[in-house]
Design a protein around this ligand. Structure first.
Ligand code: ADP
Ligand code: MG
Length: 696
């Protein structure tokens, strides 16, 4: 086992390394850039680049890469070596300030939603010093933002950074009223990543998994998760080895991998890091996902990060824990006496307002073909956004709204009745797993994001929406101080809570009654991606992003286009894979089994004409009927798919995929899955759920 503190961060050009290696003037200038967003001049960049290169080479790097996140959401990199020939047949290793701060990758093949014509193929990457450079596979990776020649954002990181600035500015204005100004306010995020590990051999035998990341066919396994034996269960030895290597790799990269455990579903696991600033948290999460996929292959395993790899088995989410803090002060920490903590109540009320006002945008930010299988099913929060506050905070909010006096229920101590055990203070925020947006003591946990999503979008929206609420508050209290401010602030908080009470729901989010009640409360319920996306280009959304300089109207529209396109393209692939598998994999296997049964019947009857072959005949009839149904449903799917493909309006096309193609896919699947249960195992051409989910 490795010594964690010895290896931690060894592959990261972190603050410690910078302080140690950079000339102190350079370090100070760079720190200003990082903290205050001051531009970095080329001379300083040259010094930083040189030191960075020396450090990277000492640690085995031969190449460098601008590491960025195009709108596909995954990371991209292009490796350039440090090599520079000097003309006499030898070479030296160089890296200039210009190469550090700016790159020019050919951008024509990244999704851009029509923002940039392909003839203007140049894109620019710009160093983001608020994240950290690191070494991965002998490449010095420099986190960068990616934009077009005209400065439009072509990536996920740029708007997130802009939103970090916006919330910092507005939160600082609010803190000024409390005499706590002059501190940079940071949105913090801790993301919990769920994933499946299955055997590489099974994976390789399933076209659907390889092409789409999920099983498009498959009858339920003989046992699912009903015994609750997997959750927090002992970890399989191979998986354990994998987790150890993963931890080591992540620690070296400065990712604070903290918690690992088995999840609810068989073969499902989770990894949670310690939170950090939202921007780095997203970078770290993407690195984590990449390392998971890579390290799994060292153990003959494949890591599935799709939101729903297996029908009827829990899907994978990525909980986004979010808070605001400066220095070591968490602004969502209620302290001992939340009712007396006005600052906490102001921030709380502003978050509540933001989530209510922009609930549809939040829902939109996690919409994808994959996540559609999760949200609204009985395992993940519904597609309706609501906030859980818990009993104590819920009671405080209610008292504030009604103008009642609040009597604290007091932290309830829990006596376990065994003297040697310590007395626990019962967590006042009883966990409610069904809520999409839950207050968990000193942060909010947004549970709608799926395992595959890039968390930039939801944090960008959360930051911006909360920045707006904070701005409105600061505007309203402008010029007030002391008792006058306090009075105005309490009145403001009361009003906000009363106006946005509808978003607060402490009950069971999985229940049918909630869906009805939510509708009565006027909460949005966008059931699938096609329904969820249009709000992105609504006037209200464009106004919000423009007000805070997060996204221009054309940037919003291009992003919407990219999301639509991704949705329909994915479903297009799924439909094609299904048709192909049904025709070329399943039907031939079923026919072969049918023929063998038919031959059995004929030959047995030939041998003993009086034999009773009723059961065989029934089975044969069932197989004939089933394979005919499969053939018919293939035809229907082809028709629906062709019709959807022919639609030119992208939004209408997305609706057609959601409303017509998906039901046709489901229908085809149902027929094949039903046959899986009656066709003899040896004939079945792909590994089943039983094979895939229960392995050693
Ligand atoms: P659970 O599984 O019960 O939701 P975990 O302990 O697995 O809880 O995950 C909690 C996550 O919340 C961790 O990633 C943790 O670092 C993160 N977190 C804790 N405090 C904050 C905070 N102030 N801001 C953002 N994230 C936080
Ligand atoms: Mg959680």
């Amino acid at each position: 086992m490795s010594n964690v503190s010895e290896i931690f961060g060894t592959l990261v050009f972190n603050d410690h390394v910078m302080k140690e290696r950079l000339p102190s003037e350079t370090y100070k200038t760079l720190e200003k850039t990082i903290k205050e967003g001051k531009p970095l001049d080329l001379e300083v960049a040259n010094v930083v680049a040189h030191v960075m290169k020396e450090w990277a080479i000492e640690n085995g790097a031969t190449h460098y890469s601008h590491w960025f996140q195009p709108l596909s959401g995954i990371t991209s990199e292009k490796h350039d070596s440090f090599l520079t020939p000097v003309g006499d047949g030898t070479a030296i290793m160089t890296f200039s300030g210009k190469e550090l701060i700016q790159g020019e990758p050919d951008a024509s093949s990244f999704p851009n939603g029509g923002l940039r014509a392909t003839f203007e193929a140049r894109g620019y990457t710009a160093w983001d010093p608020t994240s950290q450079a690191f070494i991965k596979d002998e490449v010095l990776c420099i986190p960068t933002a990616f934009c077009s020649y005209t400065g439009e954002a072509l990536d996920k990181k740029t708007p997130l950074l802009r939103s970090m600035r916006a919330i910092d500015t507005q939160a600082q204005r609010v803190l000024k009223f409390f005499g706590e100004d002059g501190h940079q306010v940071i949105a913090t995020v801790g993301s919990e990543q769920e994933y499946f590990l299955i055997s590489e051999k099974d994976y390789a035998r399933r076209q659907d998994l390889m092409m789409t990341g999920r099983t498009l066919f498959g009858a339920p396994p003989s046992k699912g998760q009903e015994l609750d034996e997997h959750y927090f269960g002992a970890i399989r030895p191979t998986v354990n080895e994998f987790m150890k290597e993963l931890d080591d790799d992540l620690w070296k990269l400065g990712v604070t991998a903290k918690t690992k455990h088995n999840e609810v579903a068989p073969a499902q696991h989770e990894l949670a890091p310690i939170f950090t600033n939202a921007n780095r948290a997203v970078d770290e999460n993407l690195l984590t996902m990449e390392k998971m996929r890579l390290d799994a292959s060292h153990y003959g395993l494949t890591c599935l990060q799709h939101e729903k790899p297996f029908e009827g088995i829990n899907g994978s989410g990525k909980h986004n824990n979010w808070s605001l803090s400066y220095d070591n002060v968490n602004l969502l920490d209620p302290g001992d006496d939340p009712i007396d903590n006005l600052r906490f109540l102001v921030f709380l009320a502003c978050v509540i307002e933001a989530v209510d006002e922009y609930q549809e945008l939040l829902r939109m930010s996690v919409a994808s073909a994959g996540n559609d299988h999760r949200l609204g099913a009985d395992e993940a929060p519904p597609a309706i956004v609501s906030i859980f506050l818990g009993d104590e905070l819920g009671a405080i909010v209610e008292a504030l709204i009604n103008g009642d006096e609040y009597h604290s229920a007091e932290a309830i101590s829990m006596d376990l009745g065994v003297a040697v055990l310590p007395q626990f203070l019962k967590d006042n925020t009883d966990r409610n797993r069904t809520s999409p947006f839950a207050f968990t003591g000193n942060k909010f946990e947004f549970r709608m994001p799926g395992a595959a999503v890039n968390l930039s979008d939801c944090n960008m929206i959360l930051n911006t929406a909360v920045a707006k609420s904070l701005k409105d508050f600061a505007d309203a209290c402008e010029g007030l101080e002391g008792a006058e401010f306090e009075k105005a602030a309490i009145a403001y908080v009361r009003q906000l809570l009363a106006d946005h009470q509808r978003i607060i729901f402490n009950g069971n989010g999985y229940s049918e009654e909630w869906e009805k009640e939510a509708e009565a409360r006027g909460l949005a319920n966008n059931r699938n991606t096609a329904e969820a996306l249009p709000c992105f280009v609504s006037q209200k959304s464009i106004d919000l992003f423009e007000e805070f300089g997060i996204l221009s109207e054309s940037e919003v529209r291009s992003r919407y286009e990219v999301k639509l396109e991704k949705y329909t393209k994915l479903l297009n692939i799924e439909a094609r894979v299904m048709i192909r598998m049904a025709r070329r994999t399943y039907l031939p296997a079923i026919s072969k089994y049918m023929r063998d049964i038919a031959e059995t019947i004929t030959s047995v009857k030939e041998a003993i004409p009086s034999s009773n072959m009723d059961e065989h005949e029934k089975l044969l009839a069932r197989l004939v009927k089933g394979s005919n149904a499969v053939a018919t449903r293939i035809r229907t799917l082809i028709e629906e798919h062709d019709a959807a493909e022919a639609i030119t309006d992208h939004q209408q096309q997305a609706y057609a995929y959601a409303d017509k193609v998906i039901p046709a896919m489901d229908a085809l699947r149902a027929e094949v899955d039903a046959l899986e249960c009656i066709v003899e195992n040896d004939y079945w051409p792909v590994p089943t759920y039983n094979d895939i989910l229960f392995y050693n």
